[in-house]
Ligand binder design. Structure first.
Ligand SMILES: C[S@@+](CC[C@H](N)C(=O)[O-])C[C@H]1O[C@@H](n2cnc3c(N)ncnc32)[C@H](O)[C@@H]1O
Length: 208
């Protein structure tokens, strides 16, 4: 059973606004229109990607996420959902990989392998669109309630984030530092690096 907080998070985000990085990524990605949404949550990005003409593979570690998305996209053969974690998911080939506010929860010890899998599944010229957690985010500090949300938190600094994108052209790189309230109305400091990057077209060798 998901915690009440996770349920509330999914309720609050299922119709959230689509982030500008994703609309940018969708506008620059080439064919075939195949996307993977890593940690798809309540499915807001899946819905946008579908409406943009993509076949979408979505996965999430939470049963609640997958059952909500199954209900939401029932009978749509262009949505393929799996309950899986970053490390266990079998990544299909794709031209776009989306990981919005989800790689935050990929254990740092598993990150290199996960990133290699993500990178290998992208076609040359494929696009990654996602975000990484910075040290000044509330979630990186002691107030974050690991018993209510996802317990593993991976924090990156700018140098580390940029180093991940060796073999890519970084199209958008933004460091967000803002304070406000979460979709559930809880005060929060955000410190997030969001990245849109294109895999180089001569990167046919693994891991590039
Ligand atoms: C903050 S939510 C973001 C959801 C969605 N991407 C969005 O932006 O609306 C993080 C999501 O990552 C999922 N998640 C956490 N740990 C994960 C893991 N190890 N593998 C896959 N998904 C994970 C959570 O279940 C949750 O749905």
């Amino acid at each position: 059973m998901p915690s009440q907080e996770i349920n509330e998070y999914y309720d609050a985000t299922e119709s959230r606004e689509i982030r500008s990085d994703l609309t940018f990524a969708v506008n620059i990605v080439g064919d075939p229109k195949i996307a993977i949404d890593c940690g798809c949550g309540a499915g807001a990005d899946i819905e946008y990607l579908l409406a943009s003409g993509f076949k979408v593979y979505g996965f999430d570690i939470e049963e609640e996420s997958i059952s909500r998305c199954k209900k939401r996209f029932k009978n749509n053969s262009d949505v393929i959902l799996s309950k899986a974690g970053f490390s266990s998911y079998n990544y299909p080939r794709a031209s776009l990989v989306v990981a919005d506010a989800s790689l935050f929860f990929c254990p740092k010890t598993e990150f290199d392998t996960v990133w290699r899998n993500i990178s290998e599944c992208l076609y040359p010229n494929g696009i990654f669109c996602g975000s990484f957690l910075g040290a000044e985010d509330t979630m990186a500090g002691p107030i974050y309630d690991k018993s209510a949300y996802w317990p593993e938190i991976s924090v990156f600094d700018e140098k580390e984030v940029r180093a991940i994108f060796k073999g890519y052209e970084i199209c958008h790189f933004t460091e967000h530092k803002t304070s406000g309230k979460t979709p559930q109305g809880i005060p929060h400091d955000w410190h997030i690096y969001s990245v849109v990057a294109k895999k180089s077209d001569n990167s046919s060798k693994k891991g590039a």
